[in-house]
Write a protein that binds this ligand. Sequence first.
Ligand code: FES
Ligand code: FES
Length: 158
Amino acid sequence: MAIELNVNGRSYSVDTDPGTSLLTVLRDHLGLTGSKYGCGEGECGACTVLINGNSRRSCITPVGHVHRQKVTTIEGLERAGKLHPVQQAFLDADAYQCAYCTAGMIVTTVALLDSNPHPTDAQIAEFLGGNICRCGTYPRILAAVRLAERALAQGGAR
Ligand code: FES
Ligand code: FES
């Protein structure tokens, strides 16, 4: 079946079983390998993408469910060679070690700050709570969220 997708502003038609995971389609069909396969069960957040602006686990999202929906991956956050303020904040705060979790953390943070521009520490912990960092860089991830919050408040809004 041909599934029509809008990914990072580009239209695609993918001929696959609608039950195939969105993560598989992104990585294996479209070559967008920024979203990572961690657990494959919706438990770690490494595969997080935005679907119509909401953070979702692409490993457990059948691609048929996003037919004609708007998908944004980590690759789609940058504009004309300029990193999204959340991407820049993670770089500036050194908020990673192996970086396997980072794309999912960044995409989830974008969704958080879109919906709540000034979250409390508890709200950040709750929103990002489903994203696992095996390297334990949580203090620097929190610092990156705060940096991004300030950058967006100072006009980095997109
Ligand atoms: S790979 Fe999707 S939540 Fe872990
Ligand atoms: S930086 Fe290694 S899993 Fe988070």
